[in-house]
Ligand binder design. Structure first.
Ligand code: AKG
Length: 290
């Protein structure tokens, strides 16, 4: 299952994404969801760090304590949906229904997510894609909460995780619950990964405000070009770093949990020193093959 056939490889090269249904079993999904339940039950986010993650008005809009987000690359941190706090930062909805995502180093610090990320199945998949020295650059658990889960506006992942040369970034997105048209499945523009990157998020030198800015702008993509990609629980979607994709708001009463992480082929690749996310002394990007 984890080894791609030549027709799957060809489809990935043509479309810039590929669905692998049944990559994980329902039981494997439940283990991750239960672990997230424990992390959320023990979550302690100080009032001043209650940070809203939204891609609605701009791709990355962080309110309140910006450092809480920008320094989360080597930590496990919690980010919230819009409208879940009162003006003092108290929860207006149950905390477990308020989280947009957890990021960005579950793969390094949590044993359950480390084990899935480095599992033999994922390693075999990376090998069949020809990756020689893949490293894990980040991970996220995305909740897409019922009624509250915000949209993720059209983007290319390399906008945020830029490499030279391009073409070295791969997203692995695993549905832990069925992802449907109603609860906010992913949508892709097939073949949109071949024309470079429209914009880049650049980290400003330390101490500067704003902390980041965009070079270039996201084109106004024609909505009719996007193809919905509903998948069942346990499906894995391979996402080329430059393919344009999005997900819509979840207006349904069912959540759409997903675990996602990004790999970079480190051989012959330069990770941009201007990326918001940088390897740190505490957490250099871990090799996938361990
Ligand atoms: C990303 O992580 O780049 C995504 O686009 C994920 C969007 C989603 O899970 O809704």
């Amino acid at each position: 299952m984890a080894c791609l056939s030549s027709s799957q490889l060809q489809k990935f090269q043509e479309d810039g994404f590929l669905v692998l249904e049944g990559f994980l079993s329902a039981d494997e999904c439940v283990v991750m969801q239960q672990r997230i339940g424990e992390l959320v039950a023990n979550m302690d986010v100080p009032l001043h760090s209650r940070t809203i993650f939204s891609t609605q008005d701009e791709q990355l809009k962080v309110l309140d304590n910006r450092d809480y987000f920008w320094n989360s690359g080597d930590k496990i941190r919690f980010f919230f949906e819009k409208g879940v706090f009162d003006e003092k930062g108290n929860f207006l909805v149950p905390p477990e229904k308020s989280i947009n995502k957890i990021g960005h180093a579950l793969h390094a610090h949590d044993p359950v997510f480390r084990s899935v990320t480095h599992s033999p199945k994922v390693q075999a998949l990376a090998k069949s894609l020809g990756l020689q020295m893949p490293v894990v650059v980040q991970s996220m658990y995305i909740f897409k909460q019922p009624h509250l889960g915000g949209e993720v506006t059209p983007h290319q992942d390399a906008t945020f995780l830029y490499t030279e040369p391009l073409g070295r970034l791969l997203g692995i997105w695993i549905a832990l619950e069925d992802a449907t048209l109603e609860n906010g499945c992913l949508w892709f523009i097939p073949g949109s990964h071949t024309s470079g990157v429209s914009r880049r998020l650049i980290r400003a030198p330390a101490g500067s405000i704003p902390v980041t800015s965009f070079l270039g702008s996201e084109p106004a993509w024609d909505n009719s070009l996007f193809v919905p990609t509903p998948v069942q629980r346990g499906a894995l979607i391979l996402i080329h770093g430059e393919v344009v994709h999005k997900s819509e708001q979840n207006l349904s009463d069912r959540s759409r949990h997903a675990y996602t992480f990004h790999l970079m082929e480190a051989l012959g690749t330069v990770w941009s020193p201007e990326n918001w996310l940088q390897p740190t002394a505490e957490l250099p990007f871990p090799p996938l093959y361990i």
